[in-house]
Write a protein that binds this ligand. Structure first.
Ligand code: ATP
Ligand code: MN
Length: 298
């Protein structure tokens, strides 16, 4: 009871702390009590600390940065080295990017490891009410890992988040570079934040690719490894692959399905088409069918 009271007090202080954060003035309304409770649990368990800025606000989920808690592992090691280089600053919208003048790339590799206190993680928060859960349900069908989930909205979303966590782990084990999954709690996923001092790593559609041939070969190999590990990404395109320190990192594995799923074949065909179209636009000689053959070859 005294402990319970103290826990209640700590919880409301934590909620106030989030709500008072400047960036959360707008966001606070989308967090229901159960989401606050999930975030609070993640803080208590040492996975996250103070919240940072939103990186992305999507239809179904928002992604935020947060300071890593004491239980967050060091950033995951590289699995496959790529000699392809992302060139930031070629963004023709010229939004927040002022060009390369301020950056000194020659020193960026010499940075000492970021001290724990400054390490950041990415926190993906699914909005249970806003989610198009009928869509989500279809991606869970036929997945033996999520049989008998039913159609309760909250259950579907929380299963989805656990699926994303499991998919990230499986992809990693298969040698595909993805954000390292750190923790999952209800509708919240904590993972490695792929970023540099300049902010989040840019997506393939946002960078100038110096060597599209190599980038394609790496992504093709990732697709094959995923497939051999029994997974199909299901939303693979230049929008869900980022460049980081000369590597490609595949993100957004929530909708990935097992190769036994009734939709796996269609998803894989679509992934191949997206990826082939993008790299064809970069001058690589590639066809959707050729890519499909490569990915599914025994
Ligand atoms: P969308 O509907 O736009 O595809 P989403 O809700 O499916 O978004 P993600 O694709 O996982 O969510 O994340 C949205 C954006 O946030 C990504 O395009 C990427 O720029 C950024 N992002 C997500 N996860 C990470 C991460 N771990 N590290 C760095 N940036 C990330
Ligand atoms: Mn995405």
């Amino acid at each position: 009871d005294r402990i319970a009271r103290r826990r209640d007090r700590e919880f409301s202080e934590f909620r106030k702390r989030i709500k008072d954060t400047e960036q959360f003035k707008v966001e606070a309304s989308v967090f229901d009590d159960a989401t606050f409770a999930a975030l609070y649990k993640l803080v208590q368990d040492g996975y996250i600390d103070a919240f940072g800025a939103p990186i992305s606000t999507g239809k179904e989920a928002n992604v935020y940065t947060a300071l890593a808690g004491s239980e967050s592992p060091d950033a995951g090691g590289a699995d496959l080295t790529v000699d392809t280089d992302g060139d930031e600053g070629s963004d023709d919208t010229g939004s927040d990017d002022t060009g390369g003048d301020e950056r000194d790339r020659s020193t960026s590799d010499d940075q000492p490891p970021t001290p724990d206190a400054e390490r950041e993680v990415a926190v993906k928060v699914y909005r249970i009410n806003a989610s198009d859960f009928k869509d989500m349900r279809g991606y869970l069908d036929g997945d033996p890992r999520f049989e008998g989930i039913g159609s309760d909205k909250k259950k579907v979303v929380t299963a989805w988040v656990r699926k994303e966590f499991a998919n990230l782990r499986r992809a990693r084990e298969a040698g595909v570079r993805v954000p390292e999954p750190i923790a999952v709690e209800r509708n919240v996923l904590v993972m490695e934040y792929i970023a540099t001092e300049a902010g989040r790593a840019k997506r393939l559609n946002e960078v100038h690719i110096e060597n599209p041939e190599t980038a394609f070969e790496v992504l093709r190999e990732y697709m094959r490894r995923l497939h051999r590990a029994g997974l199909v990404h299901g939303d693979l395109s230049e929008y869900n692959v980022v460049f980081h320190e000369g590597q490609l990192v595949v993100i957004d594995l929530g909708q990935a399905v097992t190769t036994h799923s009734p939709n796996a074949e269609d998803f894989l065909r679509r992934d191949c088409t997206n990826v082939a179209n993008f790299f064809a636009s970069q001058g690589v000689e590639v066809t959707s069918d050729g890519l499909y053959e490569f990915v599914t070859a025994e």
